[in-house]
Design a protein around this ligand. Sequence first.
Ligand code: ATP
Ligand code: MG
Length: 650
Amino acid sequence: HGEPADTLLAGLDPEQLAAVRAPRGPVCVLAGAGTGKTRTIVHRVAQLIHSGHVAPGQVLAVTFTARAAGEMRTRLRGLGVHGAQARTFHAAALRQLRYFWPRVVGGPQWDLLDGKLRIVSQAAHRAGVGTESEVLRDLATEIEWAKASLVAPDDYVAEAGRAGRASPAPAEQVASVYRWYESLKAKANLLDFDDLLLHTAAALDEHAAVAEEFRDRYRCFVVDEYQDVTPLQQRVLDAWLGDRDDLTVVGDANQTIYSFAGASPRPLLGFTRRFPHAAVVRLERDYRSTPEVVSLANRVIGAARDRPAGSRLKLVGQRESGPEPSFAEFEDEPTEAAAVARRIGELIDAGTPASEIAVLYRVNAQSEAYEQALSELDIPYLVRGGERFFARVEVRQAMAALRTAAGSAPTGELPKVVRELLEPLGLSPEPPAGGAARERWESLLALVELAEELASHVEGADLAQYVVELDVRARAQHPPTVEGVTLASLHAAKGLEWDAVFLVGLVEGTMPIQHADGNDAAVEEERRLLYVGVTRARRHLALSWSLSRGDGNRRPRRRSRFLYGLIPEEHPTARLTRARRAGGAATGPAAAARCRVCGAALINAVATKLGRCATCPADLDEELLARLREWRAKRARALKVPAYVVFTDA
Ligand code: ATP
Ligand code: MG
């Protein structure tokens, strides 16, 4: 094993090395963003395997998003490790439960709850609580908090009070909805994703034989992003461990961004109290970002109040210098989006791959302006966590068809099987010319490509496994990979990195979010969210905001409180603002031409010449249309991506 082990250890600094080489047993890595925590645990797993301490099949690595789990698998493969599991808590529990269920509960297999709001709505109806969709969503979130916090319906009133929850309805009513939700779900033999965790923990706690079998199989546990573990996930982890202690955790308390959902950094910060013999490693070198980005990150988090001991780590940038982060203020949101899209176009033209660029925002609703602005420029993009891909009619139809077919588990190579099943739904051998049929075709093709991906990673993968993978991704809102600019919420961006990051919409009421206002703890969580955003950037970082929403809504907005103290004194923003107040909009995107038909800001040369945007070609004559199409095709060729993008529908 000598050779892989050597290369394995070569790219690590002394502290990372200490964590990688620590003997089996509890290990805790406490460190800031970009210091190589994820890299360290991946190398540790590889090292334990290459040195013969554990077999790949005995490793279970868990993290919090499907994409992060996928990246861990990719990195492990890159280190020559095959067969080690890297999954989200939910995906791991899902598999285990399918396996244990016949012995633990018996009877018919359960189904995963699809469309939670429907059941919440029925429950709210029975409990006599309002059923407007806003309220339902809040009720669903509140039930998720309760379950993640191990709070049963009967204890909800007391515990929600203790936790200072701002319940969407009087606590007694929420408790009643919660109770009905559980009973309706049970009657229909459905499990929600929290149930997967609850049942898994219960199976191991209550069935000695099951626990023994499981603990015999898995011997080495690794948790990434441990600062965001919920009591429910911790309970599952404890059940997995039993009385053993072969557990490596890594995390950054400054990146706790799910405490509203019940997560807490306490298990991370209290790790050595629980395991006094744990090896503890702190990392300070930031390998991800330029010193300019690191310095801004330090300032964002340095302003945080009440930083718990153990989280006061300062990052030291290791990379060579890059451009200063930029700050820009705009008249309204469409103008901001247009400018961001134009800047993205420039980066792409200068050689940055679209997949190395991200636009990050606080709430998913913000994606719309950016989708529009990017499609105007024919820049491919994908929306993460936007409930888009899996909400599409054809994807839902496809999943239903695949699920049904899996019940009878047809033989043959997985990608071929999937393709044949999807053909009747519109996956013709040749792509349709355009329009809705083409979009439909693109998303069905993405499902086939996902099957190809699965088949190449998992030997002998079958339709049943594929359907499970789809279920998990649907829940995690993790669409199949499409090359393009990432549009994602700050929450969905955790753990990831891009060459260029645009943090947009930094105004009061959005960042921090409205309902955090007046609640110090909630505002601090928002600040950590901004810290997560800033630390996603390797090289280019742009922060922007706009002073009104636009689209006829001119209500003034104020820039985010978090920006004070970050913007350099003699910044062009100040000049830009002055110019606008003086009635001039000579500089910047505010001067952009507008479409004659729809009034959208025009942000590419051809459209500006035509005075028309690309999205409303209603009465364009043939010649202009042809020129526009040619330009789009040329652009797509230059970007080396298909001219059509999957995730553009509203
Ligand atoms: P986050 O808190 O955001 O999850 P992290 O601590 O997990 O960050 P990683 O994603 O593991 O950080 O690493 C950040 C980047 O730095 C990655 O691109 C990684 O490959 C690189 N990196 C980490 N350690 C080293 C090293 N010793 N030498 C060179 N590059 C490194
Ligand atoms: Mg990480």
